[in-house]
Design a protein around this ligand. Structure first.
Ligand code: NDP
Ligand code: PMR
Length: 397
């Protein structure tokens, strides 16, 4: 058995006297991948990492191997190829997240971790869009529970996979709610899920991203036009406004503080837009704090108006009926789920989109460009304050 396991190991692996398996990569293969290699990657990388070992009752050590240790490997033809990238996509069970997971998985160059709160829904969704099953794994994540976020990070680490890209995509929108609802820790649900859950997740997984040897590692936080008051869409009431963050500093619990970041009356549509401002500010604060030191690309985006997604599930039926044609024929801001997925997949993997600190948008010809954020969504002081208050709320400070 031990011999069989050893025979499967490539020559870069050794099993030491203590029976501890150690995987080392030759430095040439670590740094040998240029960004042009990146575009001609394959799915059949032959590099493996010994993830864990188990001493069987007969004393034999069985090693469990997972693909993904090295960035490049030499194919028989002597051509350099790239291992599959590993991207976590939150909220990949529908809409933009699902379309992105599909777009990435179909390339054969990515393994997508679909981080979802409803396992069965995610499995059905992946199957329904025909995702190749060897290119995705579903892992449970409920962003409305910080315990679940921590558990997810533990589970991901146990999987032994390297993390190359994290996409913070999941969101809830409660435009018709009269009263706030709350996460497990008692934060207003939209900001708690869309911002605080992702904030903790991103902070915890930053270490994993740092350790990745992939040529371009990225942390992407989905933003939106409706959080940007420098646009027509961002001026539709209620407008995003974080104010002086007094409600957030008070814990967003609606008991001894307001459920709204600015301390005002609860408004579900505003809470969502505020959460998107937090998402865009957080991306920039990550960029300021960590880009230079880690080389990680931090980015946000507005993928276009994907008027058919589940995001509007709590809106009134008339809105759901009229919103897609309104966006298609009047504002012309409409994009299909498929197109939006291609856009986000571009931000994940396109070698030309490595600039950090950028908020991407697309023009009518579907060409990407660096967009301007509103004054509030690019306010560095506010970004720092959101960061510091969020750290306290999620228990990191
Ligand atoms: P969807 O409702 O289709 O997708 C949202 C996803 O988030 C779903 O998979 C949902 O899971 C998941 N989710 C919600 N709550 C949680 C939670 N507590 N834990 C884990 N996952 C959760 O909406 P979209 O695809 O439209 O939204 C995706 C992103 O795109 C959001 O960040 C949104 O702000 C952004 N966006 C959307 C635009 C649009 O026009 N639709 C425009 C601009 C930005 P489940 O399937 O279980 O409900
Ligand atoms: Mg908007 C160019 C104009 C434009 C664009 C691109 C959007 C995107 N919207 C635009 C204009 C308008 N919207 C106008 C003029 C109105 C008033 C009639 C309008 C209304 C409106 C409503 C009621 N729009 C909405 C809503 C929502 O409930 C959606 C929302 O705010 O969700 C948070 C929404 C959106 N409009 C958009 C986009 C992308 C959304 C939804 C999603 C999001 O930002 O995540």
């Amino acid at each position: 058995m031990a011999l069989q396991a050893a025979a499967l190991l490539p020559s870069t692996f050794s099993i030491s006297k203590e029976g501890k398996a150690s995987a080392t990569l030759k430095s040439s293969s670590l740094f040998g991948a240029s960004l042009s290699d990146y575009t001609k990657s394959d799915s059949g990388s032959s590099s493996f990492k010994v993830k864990s070992q188990r001493r069987l009752s007969n004393g034999v050590v069985r090693a469990t191997m997972v693909s993904s240790a090295g960035v490049t490997t030499n194919s028989p033809a002597g051509k350099k190829t790239l291992r599959k990238g590993c991207a976590i996509v939150t909220g990949a069970s529908s809409g933009l997240g699902l379309a992105t997971a599909k777009a990435l998985s179909e390339t054969g160059k990515w393994h997508v971790i679909m981080a979802c709160r409803d396992f069965l829904k995610a499995e059905k969704a992946a199957k329904s869009v025909g995702m190749p099953k060897e290119n995705y794994t579903i892992m449970h994540l409920d962003l409305a529970s910080l315990d679940s976020v921590r558990q997810f990070v533990d589970n991901f680490r146990r999987s032994g996979r390297a993390l190359d890209v994290l996409v913070a995509n999941a969101a809830v929108y409660q435009p018709t709610a009269k009263e706030p609802s709350f996460t497990a820790e008692g934060f207003e649900l939209s900001v708690g899920t869309n911002h605080l859950g992702h904030f903790l997740l991103s902070r915890l997984l930053l270490d994993d991203l740092k350790q990745s040897d992939y040529p371009s590692k990225r942390l992407i936080i989905v933003g939106s036009i409706t959080g940007n008051t420098n646009t027509l869409a961002g001026n539709v009431p209620p407008k995003a406004n974080l104010g002086d963050l007094r409600g957030m500093a008070g814990g967003l619990n609606g008991i001894n503080s307001s459920a709204m970041i600015d301390g005002g009356e609860f408004d579900g549509a505003k809470a969502y837009k505020d959460s998107k401002v937090c998402n865009m500010l957080t991306m920039q604060e990550f960029h300021r704090r960590y880009h230079e030191e880690t080389g990680i690309t931090f980015a946000s985006l507005y993928p276009g108006c994907i008027a058919t997604t589940g995001l509007f599930r709590e809106h009134i039926p008339l809105f759901r009926l009229l919103f897609p044609p309104f966006q298609k024929y009047i504002t012309k801001g409409y994009v299909s789920e498929t197109e939006s997925g291609k856009r986000l997949a571009q931000v994940v993997s396109d070698p030309s989109l490595t600039k950090s600190g950028v908020y991407w948008s697309w023009n009518k010809d579907s060409a990407s460009f660096e967009n301007q954020l509103s004054e509030e969504a690019s306010d560095a002081q506010k970004a720092r304050k959101v960061w510091e208050v969020s750290e306290k709320l999620v228990g990191l400070a």
